[in-house]
Ligand binder design. Structure first.
Ligand code: SAH
Ligand code: SF4
Length: 340
């Protein structure tokens, strides 16, 4: 929520400043989403606020729950009519992980990604990013289910092309007086924006970094992730090397598998060799994501071929996980977010 705007509103209306803290706690700690859910405020004040201030900058238009109940997709409306999506995922733990969007659309235009298909509409504001958390937390609270334990900035958009807003939203999420997730429970996924990786290493050394690699050879990677033209693999390797040196943290490498494109034995060897130019294997976890269909020419490998790729890579000494696809039936899986 826009606390600055609220603070000005309170001053202009001669309302004592302690009301600001009451609202802040109600919204960020108890996930109140309407003024009526904040009964400590006098009714007359709630009436005035209702007409002057929005609690959330995003409105929940729709929620879809997957058949297995392990994914919940939210469609949010912004105040200018555009739409974005967030997805709650039950990963390993009992708690939920929330995947949030950082842009409406995405300018990088990876050919396999539904978000990239329409290009960039606009950047999200800091509140539009952190309010996705507040709205999802409100939804869970009203249904009495487990809480959100971590956030991944891996929804629509390239986070580092909207760095300042993303950084402010992350501070809101980490701030103990606001959302209060520890930095270690916040992850950012980038398509390989080198200046962003460098700033992130300085600003958020405790947060997690994921790199969408998908190929360890420049020609192929430029086809799959056009941002590679601007920041080719040698530059990316140098940035990651410096990141690992200064933060001492592991890097999560995302590798979407496309049959006949990037899943051969040679490509396992190339991936292993490239990672070793960056750092020792213990600094990486490679997350294999079988391609989720979004239309277009790409095909997902069979389950056996996915397993084979993972085993070959594991044999080189690198930790590998295979992402189980979640929320495919609600188009909430990786790359399927299109803000329809
Ligand atoms: N722009 C950032 C974060 C959002 S994309 C990035 O690219 O990292 C989040 C992840 O979903 C990326 O790893 C991306 O490569 C992956 N993804 C996109 N489309 C996909 C698809 N159709 N199937 C599987 N993964 C996909
Ligand atoms: Fe943008 Fe990431 Fe989709 Fe590529 S995969 S178009 S960078 S959101």
């Amino acid at each position: 929520m826009d606390l600055k705007k609220l603070s000005i509103f309170l001053k202009e209306n001669d309302i004592p400043a302690f009301r600001l803290n009451q609202v802040r706690d109600a919204v960020y700690k108890n996930f109140a989403a309407s003024w009526d859910e904040i009964p400590v405020l006098p009714a007359a004040l709630r009436d005035r606020l209702r007409h002057g201030i929005h609690i959330h900058s995003v409105d929940t238009l729709d929620t879809l729950v997957s058949k297995k109940r392990d994914a919940i997709k939210f469609c949010f409306g912004l105040k200018d009519g555009l739409k974005i999506e967030s997805v709650l995922l039950k990963l390993m733990s009992e708690k939920w992980s929330l995947c949030v969007s950082t842009q409406v659309g995405c300018p990088v235009r990876c050919p396999f990604c539904a978000t990239g298909k329409k290009g960039l509409k606009r950047n999200l504001s800091p509140d539009e990013i952190s309010d996705q958390f507040l709205a999802a937390a409100h939804y869970l609270k009203t249904r009495g289910t487990q809480k959100i334990g971590s956030v991944i900035l891996m929804g629509m958009g390239e986070p580092f092309l909207n760095y300042d807003s993303v950084a402010e939203a992350m501070r809101t999420m980490a701030d103990p007086e606001l959302i209060g997730l520890g930095q270690r429970h916040i992850s950012v996924s980038t398509a390989g924006h080198v200046p962003g990786i460098r700033r992130f290493a300085k600003d958020f050394p405790q947060c997690n970094l994921a790199i969408s690699l998908h190929a360890a050879e420049d020609r192929l990677r430029t086809d799959l992730v056009p941002l590679n033209r601007t920041y080719p693999l040698p530059q990316l390797a140098k940035a990651l090397k410096d990141y690992i040196f200064s933060t001492k943290r592991r890097v999560f490498v995302e590798y979407v598998l496309f049959e006949g494109v990037n899943n051969s034995r040679t490509q396992v060897a190339r991936l292993n060799a490239w990672l070793r130019t960056v750092a020792a294997p213990k600094y990486f976890v490679v997350n294999i994501i079988p391609y989720n269909r979004t239309g277009g020419p790409y095909k997902a490998p069979t389950r056996e071929r996915v397993k084979l790729f993972a085993e070959l890579l594991e044999a080189t000494g690198i930790e590998v996980t295979i992402r189980k696809s979640m929320g495919e039936d609600i188009e909430g899986a990786c790359g399927q977010l299109a803000g329809k």
